[in-house]
Write a protein that binds this ligand. Structure first.
Ligand code: FES
Ligand code: ZN
Ligand code: ZN
Length: 313
């Protein structure tokens, strides 16, 4: 197996590119793919201050590393979700990555700062844990970006993630979600710009990138995500990709090029009429934002010994 670029010994084959790469040229390919995504969708300007949403997994740590390699000013933001060992280990990976490189990592801990954790809080609020978790993370990333004056929030969604989300949105023909499924959402109404620079890389590639760069990441999947539909969509797309390399890329980028615009007005409609949440100031269509409502419901029935409430530090 020889590298397509230098003919030296290859370390990875990428079937959708119909090519093999040595370490050096694979790392360069990853950087090029990220740069290409950033440029094509006008995600970032060279002097932007970027906040990366870090989970301790391969995608977010690879993203942080790649953006630094490309010369961006990047800090990290981590949310402690209180999901037992999984969260403890993910915190360790995120903190170690930042410390070893002298980087700034901001952290919020749901239990310490908001009085609940995802497993108990979602049960108390009668919500699916993944949706309570996603809502909390989105809210806290937006808030951190706003308070810290960052120009953009970058997330580690890769091609597998985006294709699977698209698959789900198409199965339901959900126009609002389809309209919002863009790799860049411009800043507006108090929301920071959101960008997804890894859309041209698969999760196998971000894992290989971490391995070759010596980045120690959390391999385990979240225990609460077992059985969720997103994983089933990923598995279905993986079978299609195995039969037809490049199908995932064609599915997702075909949508962006030929269909996404058609849903743009639907997503704009969903963002009309926002005003500041009366409790936290975040933009919301109602009086109190969804996160503040979640905090209220999640803490109402949480036993006191679970964690200290906000302000009791
Ligand atoms: Fe959010 Fe698992 S990481 S529910
Ligand atoms: Zn090479
Ligand atoms: Zn609020």
């Amino acid at each position: 197996m020889k590298c397509r670029v230098c003919r030296g010994p290859a370390v990875i084959d990428i079937r959708r590119h119909n090519a093999n790469f040595c370490r050096e040229h694979f790392l360069r390919l990853c950087r090029d793919q990220v740069k290409r995504a950033i440029d094509a969708f006008d995600m970032l300007q060279p002097d932007d201050r970027v906040l990366v949403a870090v989970s301790g997994g391969k995608d977010s740590l690879a993203l942080w590393d790649l953006l630094l390699e490309l010369g961006y000013r990047v800090d990290g933001f981590y949310v402690g979700l209180g999901i037992g060992d999984y969260s403890d280990t993910s915190t360790d990976h995120a903190v170690r990555f930042a410390r070893e490189r002298g980087l700034t990592l901001h952290t919020v801990d749901l239990r310490r700062d908001h009085g609940f954790d995802v497993p108990h809080g979602s049960r108390a609020a009668r919500r699916n844990p993944c949706s309570a978790c996603g809502l909390s993370k989105r809210h806290l990333f937006d808030e951190a970006a706003r308070r810290g004056g960052y120009d953009a929030v970058a997330t580690g969604h890769n091609l597998d993630d985006e294709a699977a989300v698209l698959f789900g949105n198409v199965l339901r023909w959900d126009p609002e979600y389809l309209g919002r499924q863009r790799p860049v959402l411009e800043a507006r109404d108090g929301f920071p710009r959101k960008v997804k620079p890894l859309i041209r890389l698969t999760e196998r590639e971000t894992a290989a990138y971490c391995l070759l760069r010596g980045i120690d990441y959390l391999v385990d999947e979240c225990p609460l995500s077992a059985g969720n539909k997103h994983l089933a969509y990923k598995a279905a797309l993986n079978e299609i990709e195995a039969m037809s390399p490049g199908a995932k890329h064609a599915f997702y980028f075909g949508f962006l090029e030929r269909a996404s615009e058609r849903f743009a007005t639907e997503s704009d409609l969903g963002r009309e009429g926002l005003s500041p949440c009366t409790r936290c100031g975040a933009p919301t269509p109602g009086e109190v934002c969804a996160f503040c409502r979640l905090v209220e419901a999640a803490t109402a029935a949480v036993p006191v010994e679970l964690g200290r409430r906000r302000g009791s530090r």
